[in-house]
Design a protein around this ligand. Structure first.
Ligand code: HEM
Length: 212
């Protein structure tokens, strides 16, 4: 974008898409994590675990002797909300790398909306828990539990869109050339004379080194 340093004549829509994709590969600044190390991906694991844990403890609080689980469930809801806001902060930094007017930006916007809805659902769920003084003794109030379950369902859809951003559109994934570094043969790094001798006696190898 805004690059006017004599690029090839009449760049087409494919060039624009490739430029937009390559821009989304890179972090906007050091705060969002290094190239190939997005902090949003890492930070998102905490609210996902906390929200799923909330529902697990809510269910436990309704079973047999498990009523005391209402208390840790409340704590997990708070941990999820706070860590969700932190994850969202890193998410917005990466969101700003995705060009407006693209399919990837649409998916990212939907992901943003759904994840914000999830956090809000858990905020309301937590307020309902606190409003019921007996929930530490009698388990999670049903309306709070229903909101938490709905929150987790919405979160699964949102996370699926998040993975579309990464695995289908390559947001914050390194360039293809840089990925090749991970596939360079480690055997080539310390090849000794024996290994070379083996290679020349191996009928399946090409000892000439000729390229056709
Ligand atoms: C509770 C809040 C959030 C959670 C749990 C969450 C979760 C996720 C997950 C699971 C992925 C896929 C990561 C992977 O497979 O490596 C993802 C990717 C992504 N999310 Fe979120 N997200 C949240 C909030 C946000 C917000 C508010 C935005 C802002 C638009 C956002 C933007 C992105 C972007 C741009 C990606 C692509 C990869 C990256 O940047 O690391 N997320 N998110």
């Amino acid at each position: 974008m805004g690059d006017s340093n004599g690029s090839p004549a009449s760049p087409g829509p494919g060039d624009d898409a490739a430029r937009a994709r390559d821009a989304a590969h890179r972090p906007g600044n050091a705060v969002s994590g290094g190239y190939g190390h997005p902090l949003h991906t890492l930070a998102a694991t905490v609210p996902i675990g906390a929200f799923v844990g909330t529902v697990a403890f809510d269910i436990a609080s309704k079973l047999g002797e498990g009523r005391a689980f209402g208390r840790p469930a409340s704590w997990l809801a708070v941990i999820g909300v706070v860590s969700g806001v932190v994850a969202a902060f890193f998410g917005v930094l990466d969101f700003l790398r995705i060009s407006p007017g693209t399919k990837a930006r649409q998916v990212a916007t939907l992901h943003l909306i759904l994840m914000d809805v999830v956090v809000l659902l858990f905020v309301v769920s937590f307020i309902l828990r606190r409003a019921d003084d007996t929930h530490y003794l009698h388990g999670t109030p049903v309306p709070a539990m229903v909101l938490a379950i709905v929150g987790v369902v919405v979160m699964v859809v949102g996370a699926w869109l998040g993975s579309t951003l990464v695995y289908s559109y390559g947001v914050r994934v390194v360039d293809d050339e840089d990925q090749l570094a991970g596939y360079a043969s480690t055997a080539s790094e310390g090849v000794d004379a024996d290994a070379q001798a083996d290679a020349t006696t191996d009928p399946t190898s090409d000892p000439s080194g000729d390229v056709d």
